[in-house]
Design a protein around this ligand. Sequence first.
Ligand code: DC
Length: 229
Amino acid sequence: MNFSQVIAIDGPSGSGKSTIARLVAQKVSAIYVDTGAMFRALGYFCHQELGSLSATDQVINILDRVKIEYPGGDQRLILINGEDLTQTIRQHHVSALASEISLIPAVREFLLTFQHTLVDDHLCVMEGRDIGTVVFPHSLCKIFLTASAEVRAQRRYNQLEAKGELKGVNLKQVLQDMEERDHRDSHRVEAPLRRAEDAKLIDSENMSIEQVSDMVVEYYRQRVKETSR
Ligand code: DC
């Protein structure tokens, strides 16, 4: 495992992490890793098995028989016990399940171990909530992406609409659910969402995807130069 090979991108939901991380990975020929997809897949899977995520001990028991695979492709991103959950995890209700299961320390530990196995000698862009603070605290380049709640909710709403996943949910509901999730993600005891002290803050509110991704790539190159001196 090589920490210096990681570009860590953290931030709240709808901040543009996935889009930016994918694009940056293309631009610098890196592997793209979406850690939110892992929490989503586990949250969905355990909820299917148990009907709820409130019995923490039962969730933890399930982890013993979970085989998670991350092929990482657009069409085939994540599988649990051989079941491809790539499309399923994008449903609106799965966001809350992911946030709920992410509160359980044993789940975080399980996924942290898995996340470490994905990084070897290859450059990797990993996005999530705690990559720069907990998963790879010594990563070469750390970014914290943000934007106002209204703008982030509108982006989430547009994504759901484009995927035909709105299912009666309106913008107000998306905003409210997102604010609840942000609050839970930022206030949990274990690995809360926060900016690492040495992360570069980028407010994507009035910037295009190209501008943000170029800024990340530029910062990454600057960090490579600084650390190779
Ligand atoms: O990035 P996302 O919206 O797909 O993430 C879904 C949830 O998973 C998020 O609300 C909190 C959790 N999560 C986390 O706790 N740590 C991460 N590194 C990534 C996601």
